[in-house]
Design a protein around this ligand. Structure first.
Ligand SMILES: *[C@@H]1O[C@H](CO)[C@@H](O)[C@H](O)[C@H]1NC(C)=O
Length: 219
């Protein structure tokens, strides 16, 4: 419904799997720190409730019973910007909450996350089917004082480079090029351009767009 490479991450990170207690007991999460510090002072160590910036590459683990082993389904690296998440309090999948708390800023780790601590029996889309074991190669970039502004995000303003409250084809093309997507995905037009005029207005846009139309005062 929204540009998959940008917004899919929101749905991925916010989705928490139901998982049963019995299944969790059987499932083992592995965390292998392969680079950076493994011990550090408390203020450099991720604690539950911390807001952190994180790089990740998510793929289907080699051991996964479902999905295509090795297939990357999402990555912050292609956007070159880390994502900001609140960790350890149920805002992200359990495998992140449990695997990332205790890691040090600057560390890189491989997390192998069984389905019960990932996206469970439902999965999340065709690349992450139900029952998939996930592999996240992550880097803890920083612990932040508070969630930065862009957690809320205003994707609309980012794309609307001339700030006129409308996204036209050139602005959308430029935006998608900037995130390494060669063409504006058809679904963007199908779902967002409600009246089919090849202009996506602030009112039409369903992604993160702030609380008021940038041109609101003049309308
Ligand atoms: C889209 O908007 C930009 C910025 O205002 C403008 O330069 C460009 O010509 C417009 N493109 C189209 C296809 O209307």
């Amino acid at each position: 419904m929204l540009p998959p490479s940008t917004l899919r991450i929101c749905s991925l990170l916010l989705l928490t799997s139901p998982g049963s207690a019995a299944a969790e007991a059987a499932a083992a999460l592995t965390v292998d720190v392969y680079s950076g510090p493994t011990d550090c002072p408390d203020d450099s160590k991720v604690q539950p409730g911390n807001h952190i910036s994180l790089h990740y590459v998510g793929s289907i683990d080699k051991s996964s019973a479902t999905g295509k082993p090795g297939k990357t389904f999402d990555s912050s690296r292609v956007r070159s910007e880390p994502v900001d998440v609140t960790i350890g309090i149920g805002k992200v999948i359990k495998g992140w909450d449990e695997g990332i708390v205790g890691l040090c800023v600057g560390s890189k780790a491989n997390l192998i996350i069984p389905p019960e601590l990932g996206y469970g029996h439902d999965g999340v889309d065709k690349d992450v089917p139900g029952g998939a074991t996930l592999h996240f190669d992550i880097e803890v970039v920083s612990i932040n004082a508070a969630p930065p502004e862009r957690v809320e995000g205003n994707l609309f303003a980012e794309i609307d480079t001339d700030g006129n409250g409308e996204l036209n084809e050139s602005e959308l093309e430029a935006y998608f090029k900037s995130i390494h997507v060669e063409e504006v995905p058809d679904e963007m037009w199908e779902h967002e351009d409600k009246n089919g005029d090849r202009i996506i207005t602030w009112e039409e846009f369903s992604g993160p767009k702030g609380s008021r139309n940038p041109m609101g005062d003049e309308l």
